[in-house]
Design a protein around this ligand. Structure first.
Ligand code: MG
Length: 247
């Protein structure tokens, strides 16, 4: 599906005849940072270390969930019940330590170009992450100057129901004082795409890891790009086509 078809299908689904993007609601891990491999490694070490059977690759599919939600999913599979809140908190603490000890991650190539395109078009950028990892949150101001000041961030600390629930994206819209039809969501993972689509935003899926293209379409993405470089390259066209609908 090309950009024009995606925009037309979105407007039809939302029952609107035009829209003007006011805010871009952007995921962090696997979107702004090439960090998913480290997260999968940290989770795998932690969870296999406490004797729960798991594979490294399955953690890519849990991307977007809060830490407690991932821990409870694995506890339920292994023991048939949630972890106690204290246990979940302690395990997530250990996971953040393991993650912080991994080799440093790089910003996703071309992600800054994407962010700069939004900003140059007067579109407000807001962070929407299920993470609470300060290792990366503390780098945003350096790697993406001016794009995600602390008042324009939704993290795991700000939501009661993380992705795939729409709450994180809805809260980000409130921060930007924008309606769903004024927002573009960007996420690399099925649960994040699902959350973005459920919030009513025009939702871009971008594959940056082992998750197949199709999974993002199935999760409800309005359009899927095969890489961040491709998204960055096509974004000016996408934005100008969207803006034409509002004239
Ligand atoms: Mg992600």
């Amino acid at each position: 599906m090309n950009e024009q078809e995606a925009i037309t299908a979105y407007m039809k689904r939302r029952g609107i005849t035009g829209f003007r993007p006011k805010a871009a609601l952007i995921d962090m891990d696997g979107t702004l940072y090439d960090s998913m491999g480290n997260h999968a490694d940290a989770w795998y070490r932690l969870i296999s270390g406490i004797g729960i059977e798991c594979t490294r690759d399955e953690f890519f599919l849990y991307e977007g969930r809060t830490g407690a939600s991932t821990i409870n999913l694995l506890f339920n599979r292994a023991y048939g019940h949630d972890a106690t809140p204290d246990k979940a908190k302690e395990l997530y603490r250990q996971k953040t330590v393991l993650f912080s000890e991994m080799p440093p991650v790089s910003p996703m190539p071309a992600a800054k170009e994407m962010v700069d395109t939004f900003l140059s078009q007067g579109i407000t950028t807001v962070l929407v992450t299920g993470s609470g990892q300060n290792t990366l949150l503390n780098r945003l101001d350096t790697d993406y100057p001016g794009a995600f000041p602390t008042e324009r961030r939704i993290t795991s600390r700000d939501v009661t129901r993380g992705k795939p629930d729409p709450e994180p994206f809805l809260k980000a819209m409130a921060i930007a004082n924008a309606q769903p039809e004024e927002c573009i969501a960007v996420d690399n993972a099925p649960l994040g795409v699902k959350s973005g689509a459920a919030s009513g935003a025009f939702t871009i899926g971008v594959t940056t890891g082992p998750i197949p293209h199709d999974e993002l379409h199935k999760a409800g993405a309005d359009i899927v790009y095969p890489s961040m470089a491709e998204l960055a390259r096509r974004l000016p066209t996408l934005i100008s086509l969207i803006s034409l609908t509002a004239i």
